[in-house]
Design a protein around this ligand. Sequence first.
Ligand code: HEC
Ligand code: HEC
Length: 279
Amino acid sequence: MTAAVTRTVRLGGALLLIGWLAFALASAARAQTPPPDPFEEGKQLYLENCAVCHGLDGQGRVGAELAKDWPSIRPDLTVKTIIENGVPGSVMPAWSAAKGGPLSPAEIEALTQFILSWQSSGAPQITPPPTATLLPPITPVPEIEGDPNLGARLFAQNCAVCHGEHGQGRVGATLAKSWSGIRPDLNLRAVIANGISGSQMPAWSAARGGPLSEGEIQDLVAYILTLNRTSPALLVTPAQPPIPGAVDSPFSGWGGVAVLLALLVVLIGGALLLQRRKP
Ligand code: HEC
Ligand code: HEC
């Protein structure tokens, strides 16, 4: 083996070592990441579950104003109890797992603290989550008025919280199903516009004090009627947002870059070696 080739192979070895070291260090650092900030967690939960009715900064919409002072000695208990149990006779759902809701005690605690942060101190500005994710266009069901693509966005903003991201059902009924009747679209439009009295399903039409126009309701109808064509596999696994730092492959991050670089150097060294051997 010539000196040059030996050097190339040694360089490769050294880089390989550096790569694995960097990877090990990165893994260790990841393991030590502190638990998420409860305020940030509360804010996220609020955006996902409550902003649809209570407004982005708690100013109230279908639901009551929350950015206010709570006249109570223990406002935290007041707010927590309401979130846990809902407000019977109104559209405010019960959120605690004990009452059949989707949230854990820790999540309700985080939400309570977030809502109380609006007291007197003034409402912190929160930015809405990005909703403009690029999705494949949805083919409309023939002869149904409305734009299912606009409907999908409205659904994510207003309905997914109760009916699940793909209409698979959560606090609210399953909507990804086949709708019986000769004109299911008319039926759906009436239910969405007027709500279902005595249940948590609010009335959405502007005519009934809701936030949506007739056109928007028609877009929602067009979207909901496409849901039963979606693959069943999609319906049971709601898409999870990617968790930063959770990708634990040896080929991610700088460690991965160094490992790949080292493999390249070793390959080149090997190739050179073979070439020199040739008579
Ligand atoms: C479908 C709409 C809707 C959703 C979603 C919703 N709420 Fe409500 N909420 C309401 C309505 C309506 C009221 C008022 C009920 C009443 O007093 O008649 C209310 C009342 C409340 C109150 C009591 C307000 C007061 O002044 O007493 C709190 C606290 C509250 N909601 C928290 C939450 C939290 C936290 C979430 C998310 C986990 C949430 N709500 C989600 C509709 C909603
Ligand atoms: C606070 C929770 C909540 C929100 C938000 C909500 N719904 Fe509902 N929805 C329900 C519940 C609960 C039912 C079942 C009511 C019953 O039948 O007792 C329901 C029923 C329905 C039904 C009738 C289902 C059937 O099988 O007949 C339709 C359609 C519907 N919702 C559409 C929507 C649309 C569209 C939106 C968004 C604009 C929406 N819902 C938002 C709770 C909600």
